[in-house]
Write a protein that binds this ligand. Structure first.
Ligand code: SF4
Length: 73
């Protein structure tokens, strides 16, 4: 599973970082970035929680193991 944060939508609330700091980090410019290209299975539940609790709806999932989706690093 892949996860992406839309930096144009993210408002930097930091909810995702609190739920899953292994996957999300706050960029210096005030929006969240994704640290991993592929979410480890043991972190998928935490990432799904972040998706549902992000106040901006900035996080999206791609269930495919690989693909053309862009992941920020
Ligand atoms: S919870 Fe949503 S709005 Fe907040 S930092 Fe994470 S992606 Fe951005």
């Amino acid at each position: 599973m892949k996860v992406q944060v839309n930096a144009n939508v993210c408002a930097g609330f930091g909810v995702c970082l609190g739920l899953c700091p292994e996957v999300f980090e706050l960029h210096d410019d005030g929006y969240a970035i994704v640290l991993v290209s592929e979410v480890p299975p043991e972190l998928e539940d935490a990432v799904r929680q972040a998706v549902s609790q992000c106040p901006s709806g900035a996080i999206s999932l791609d269930p495919r193991p690989s693909g053309a989706s862009r992941v920020q690093e």
